[in-house]
Design a binder for this molecule. Sequence first.
Ligand SMILES: Nc1nc2c(ncn2[C@@H]2O[C@H](COP(=O)(O)OP(=O)(O)OP(=O)(O)O)[C@@H](O)[C@H]2O)c(=O)[nH]1
Ligand SMILES: [Mg+2]
Length: 190
Amino acid sequence: MLVNPQKREVKFKIVYHGPALAGKTTNVVKIAERRGKEVLSFETREERTLVFDLLTEQRKVGDFTLTFALYTVPGQHIYTDIRRTVMRGADGVVFVADSSERRLKENEEFLEVLAEDLALYGKDIKDTPLVLQYNKRDLPDAVPIEVLEERLNRLSRPSVPAVAVKGEGVEETLETIIREVVRKFRSVLR
Ligand SMILES: Nc1nc2c(ncn2[C@@H]2O[C@H](COP(=O)(O)OP(=O)(O)OP(=O)(O)O)[C@@H](O)[C@H]2O)c(=O)[nH]1
Ligand SMILES: [Mg+2]
């Protein structure tokens, strides 16, 4: 979080985390498309995220301007160092899970990775604004939401089902994490 009292501006960082190919970049691309914006991306040749994707979103609260920089981490394990660098200073996290039955275990393991990435910067996942997105609801082997809630949402955080590739659930996910981040910010001010 960066506060500029003169400009009445607060900047937050929201990171889309989660296993490889879960749809993190797709989320940010859909958000950008709806706003007629471009995502700043660094990709590998196979269009996998190498460094991060970046897009900013603004909200007015009273006479304050809140800016949210949206980042995605690369989900592939070979990019652990980059993923950790992107996680530095994260004010909120969207955990994008892949609903496919075959990816269930990977989702679970990656939640551990997220907790470790936060711990690296002295943050406890329990105190971090977090929203889970159950993406790829269109897949024939999509696990029922109740199972995902039980297996992945032990912390009882807000969760949003999505078909990111069709833009479904993408805006709701963004609004939810913004709400959670702003709520935490307000509680710190008090
Ligand atoms: N069926 C289906 N495919 C999706 C959905 N969302 C994303 N995809 C596809 O999943 C693949 C991976 O999406 P990305 O957004 O690149 O995934 P990522 O999480 O950024 O992956 P990394 O950058 O490698 O960590 C792409 O082929 C997407 O089109 C969805 O809701 N349903
Ligand atoms: Mg990506």
